[in-house]
Design a binder for this molecule. Structure first.
Ligand SMILES: Cc1cc2nc3c(=O)[nH]c(=O)nc-3n(C[C@H](O)[C@H](O)[C@H](O)COP(=O)(O)OP(=O)(O)OC[C@H]3O[C@@H](n4cnc5c(N)ncnc54)[C@H](O)[C@@H]3O)c2cc1C
Length: 365
């Protein structure tokens, strides 16, 4: 295989290009923006929220995310990425008694260390006590990771084209694609990982998947480093600490909304969450407020695999709230399929063909 064109330069596209370069296959990434519609905006929690509510298919892509990111950091740490950008302070989750057995079963099944712990042990003013702490989980500082990944890929010869793909036509192998600026390419291997834009591209190839945009807003406050020691997740919202004292408060969920500007109502909603979870925030002003668009999916895991009826065209789409945690495993699986290698993860559950897939209630995720 000589070259692969990757449409989409969010976390899934960049890590796919990373997997290709590991195999000495040259890659061209085409993206209309820089940093992804969702990938730079996300919180970077390296676990699905309430992972035990998800299917095995989702958990298989996420349970070893921390160690996958540790390996990745081993390659990338340098001028724009530091080991402290992989925050290993743990994840505390509010869990009520009814759900406790499922949590313990899940932790046993996936080999995740857990302990029942009151939230106030980690954060003295925290208003929720019933919960579980996962000391080995954490979060990644995604904007820095994306920057480091991109500059690593450039140094390995990956080409980046800033443009929008507006037409995709399947050919005997691969596809002919055309961009907004009139560039025409005829690659034999194409990967579509365009986040919320994948829907439109797949429909040009006659494939329709149950996907939709879900806008999410986030606030950032500054505290002394270490004041919030771990990710604190509740039903009302979450706190995500970075090692320099920045704390993210998230997030809103607006179904069907594809806009990327932050809103006044989003800010009010998140300020209320912030003050509830950490009363000190009520006397502080957030220093940053932003929005991104999650590639939502009706099924509770992404679609990964060959595009039906299109030899040489592959896609990874619909990562919803879990694209950062599942991207390393997604990219590995995808590129193994592109290269005809034996996949480490059974690919059938992620197929883009219309088969019965596992679902869990969208609103519980
Ligand atoms: C507020 C918020 C919080 C989140 N928190 C977390 C979290 O804590 N943990 C976690 O795991 N996930 C989280 N997520 C979800 C995660 O960010 C996404 O699932 C993930 O980033 C999706 O990555 P992607 O590469 O598929 O898509 P994207 O990052 O959206 O990248 C797709 C790229 O494709 C490009 N594109 C689209 N159409 C075209 C086209 N026609 N031509 C050229 N380029 C195109 C876009 O410009 C974009 O750059 C969060 C998301 C949000 C918004």
């Amino acid at each position: 295989m000589r070259e692969v064109v990757v449409i989409g330069g969010g976390i899934v596209g960049l890590l796919s290009a990373f997997e290709l370069t590991k195999r000495q296959i040259s890659a061209t990434v085409i993206d209309e923006s820089e940093g992804g519609l969702a990938s730079w905006a996300g919180g970077g929690i390296l676990s699905p929220l309430y992972a035990w509510r998800y299917s095995d298919a989702m958990n298989r892509l996420t349970f070893d995310a921390m160690s996958r990111y540790r390996d990745l950091f081993g390659e990338l740490v340098g001028s724009c990425l530091d080991w402290s950008d992989l925050h290993q302070g743990g994840l505390w989750v509010q869990v009520d008694t009814k759900e406790m057995d499922s949590v313990k079963d899940w932790a046993r099944k996936w080999g995740v260390l857990s302990e029942t712990l009151s939230g106030s042990v980690l954060l003295p003013s925290f208003p929720f006590s019933e919960g579980v702490f996962f000391p080995d989980l954490g979060n990644v500082r995604n904007p820095r990771l994306l920057k480091a990944l991109r500059s690593y890929l450039v140094s390995r010869g990956v080409s980046f084209i800033k443009d929008k793909v507006v037409s995709l036509l399947p050919k005997q192998k691969g596809a002919t694609l055309e961009t907004q600026r009139g560039l025409v390419l005829n690659p034999e291997n194409v990967i579509i990982c365009a986040g919320v834009g994948s829907d439109k591209l797949l429909s040009m190839l006659g494939v329709s998947l149950p996907m939709f945009p879900v806008k999410g807003e986030m606030l950032l406050y500054r505290l002394a480093p270490g004041k919030v020691p771990s990710v604190m997740l509740t039903q009302s919202g979450y706190l995500i600490p970075r090692s320099d004292g920045a704390v993210l408060v998230g997030s809103t969920l607006s179904l069907g909304d594809c806009t990327t500007y932050p809103t006044v109502s989003g800010r009010y909603q998140l300020e209320a969450v912030a003050a509830k979870l950490f009363p000190e925030f009520s006397s502080l002003k957030p220093v940053h407020h932003w929005a991104g668009v999650r590639p939502g999916s009706e099924v509770d895991h992404p679609h990964i695999g060959v595009v039906p009826g299109c030899t040489g065209v592959f896609a990874a789409a619909g990562h919803y709230r879990n694209g950062l945690v599942s991207a390393p495993a997604t990219a590995e699986l995808l590129v193994q399929m592109v290269c005809g290698e034996k996949p480490n993860i059974e690919p059938a559950p992620y197929s883009l063909s219309p088969v019965l897939r596992s679902r869990s209630s969208f609103f519980k995720r």
